[in-house]
Design a protein around this ligand. Structure first.
Ligand SMILES: N[C@@H](CCC(=O)N[C@@H](CS)C(=O)NCC(=O)O)C(=O)O
Length: 197
């Protein structure tokens, strides 16, 4: 049995969406970051983790690659140009979209009050808007972000729009809005939302 460890929000969402898309059964242990349960599976106390029998995996990207590679779905074979493209797109999402949203979260509620910088939200909003424009350039006329078929890259992008909405960041890109709306029509997304409600 696969067990996802981590709270209902945050990066757990994209791991559970991956499991739902792959049709894999799983259990969910809603341990909070830095709780005893989280340190039991990750020495950093960060979420998410995945327990697969004797194996314990950490980091959402590593977990999602592991699941997709084993299933031979939502990804492309290692050592192919298609895989390199998908990896590049995921890297773009993590460095250009997630980073400013995470910065906002850190300076909004994650860090202790005395460590928060008041001007950080405006800086991060500007960075996220620039990332939205880059997303439009990379997507072009394509249906999916990571290649010709739905892949982990699409999960990462739509998850970022979910984060932006939670942070009350108004999207500047209609293309990104439409993309996220299309992704939210997927039954896998809807099962994930229901599972984490
Ligand atoms: N790169 C890691 C980041 C993990 C991470 O920062 N998780 C957040 C929750 S979504 C957390 O545990 N935050 C508490 C902390 O960073 O100390 C991943 O993608 O899994």
């Amino acid at each position: 049995m696969l067990t996802v460890v981590g709270p209902k929000g945050g990066r757990v969402f994209r791991v559970i969406w991956t499991l739902e898309e792959l049709g894999l059964p799983y259990a969910h242990d809603i341990a909070r970051p830095h709780s005893e349960g989280m340190y039991a599976v990750n020495p950093l106390g960060q979420a998410p983790a995945l327990v697969d029998g004797a194996a314990v995996l950490t980091d959402s990207l590593a977990i999602m690659n592991y699941l997709a590679d084993r299933a031979g779905a939502l990804t492309h074979p290692p050592g192919t140009p298609e895989r390199a493209l998908m990896e590049a797109r995921i890297n773009f999402v993590l460095t250009e979209m997630e980073a400013p949203l995470w910065l906002m979260a850190r300076h909004g509620f994650v860090l202790p009050k005395e460590a928060r910088a008041p001007g950080m939200r405006a800086v991060a909003e500007g960075d996220f808007a620039r990332a939205e424009a880059k997303f439009e350039t990379l997507l072009g006329e394509a249906e999916f972000f990571g290649g010709p078929t739905f892949s982990l890259a699409d999960i990462f992008v739509a998850d970022m729009v979910r984060w932006a909405e939670q942070a009350k960041v108004a999207l500047t890109s209609g293309v990104l809005r439409d993309f996220a709306d299309r992704m939210a029509e997927r039954p896998g997304w809807q099962r994930t939302v229901a599972a984490l409600a």
